[in-house]
Design a protein around this ligand. Sequence first.
Ligand SMILES: *[C@@H]1O[C@H](CO)[C@@H](O)[C@H](O)[C@H]1NC(C)=O
Ligand SMILES: *[C@@H]1O[C@H](CO)[C@@H](O)[C@H](O)[C@H]1NC(C)=O
Ligand SMILES: *[C@@H]1O[C@H](CO)[C@@H](O)[C@H](O)[C@H]1NC(C)=O
Ligand SMILES: *[C@@H]1O[C@H](CO)[C@@H](O)[C@H](O)[C@H]1NC(C)=O
Ligand SMILES: *[C@@H]1O[C@H](CO)[C@@H](O)[C@H](O)[C@H]1NC(C)=O
Length: 269
Amino acid sequence: MKSLGLVALAGLASQASAACTRAMLEEATSAYIKAQAAGDTKLLSLASNVSYLENDVSMPVSKSILSQPITIDFNRSLHDTTQCATFTELSAATNKIPMVINARMLFTDDKVTTIQTLVADAGDWVFNATAQLKWTKQESWPTIPSAKQDSRAVIQAAGDAYLTSWTKANVSVPYGTPCARLEGGMYTGDRSPTTNTCTMPLFPEPFTIGNRRYVIDEEVGGLSIFNDFPFIDKTKPNGTASGNFFRVEGGKIRYIHETTICVAKNCGR
Ligand SMILES: *[C@@H]1O[C@H](CO)[C@@H](O)[C@H](O)[C@H]1NC(C)=O
Ligand SMILES: *[C@@H]1O[C@H](CO)[C@@H](O)[C@H](O)[C@H]1NC(C)=O
Ligand SMILES: *[C@@H]1O[C@H](CO)[C@@H](O)[C@H](O)[C@H]1NC(C)=O
Ligand SMILES: *[C@@H]1O[C@H](CO)[C@@H](O)[C@H](O)[C@H]1NC(C)=O
Ligand SMILES: *[C@@H]1O[C@H](CO)[C@@H](O)[C@H](O)[C@H]1NC(C)=O
């Protein structure tokens, strides 16, 4: 009985992991990129009840950015086999309307059950797709040898500390040397490529960056945090749709990308 039980359990465990292998998630991000390039949602394996949120607004996938063909110049993805989730950043500088798109997808039984996107274009926070493309292409995000990979907890804590430190002077952030931030199209790394240029000053008033939604990929030290960022856009006191995308190496932040959506041009600033 006992050995039968173990065999049955082993079977279940392998089914569970087979439902969400890295290979399956890599196929899914590749399908997502093709779907967005073609503006054809049929290229994605969507669950019948898939939920879709674009810049924090709920809508049918058929009405979303995914229904429009976008010229994609560059892409980078994270694959989270623990949560069965992916993150993709698309740079679309040569698209008719230059854009940067962030997409977070969740899966059940190989089907996409949730898609959340940030679709940034002219007027969003320090937006410049040409500059974003130029700098992201120059960054190096190789696979980290397994013995040197950080745990999920370490990777997440680094990004959480960064966001919390904006309003809490007592939170120390594990910035690496070097560390560079690509905020919209504004790059800190060109000033001094071998030092840490990521440090954020304390904001002038308290707020909490909430609704943090994570995708973590230990293989590349990758972390995406979709979040609601208050303060920046006065018309969105509860937080504007924003995403921070990190590479963490040896527990320290190497790169940060920020994509923040604004109602008024440059969030009225
Ligand atoms: C969608 O359906 C699946 C089963 O097919 C279920 O597990 C999941 O909870 C449903 N999601 C929503 C948002 O209703
Ligand atoms: C996405 O990036 C991969 C390399 O990581 C590249 O092979 C592929 O062509 C890119 N896709 C698009 C549409 O740019
Ligand atoms: C956007 O960035 C590019 C490349 O750095 C630069 O040449 C261009 O002047 C910038 N555009 C604006 C509107 O700032
Ligand atoms: C930082 O200060 C806040 C109060 O402003 C406190 O709640 C928090 O525990 C402190 N965190 C650390 C890491 O000391
Ligand atoms: C912000 O949140 C509060 C509390 O949930 C709510 O009463 C208020 O309407 C929200 N404001 C906006 C502009 O969404």
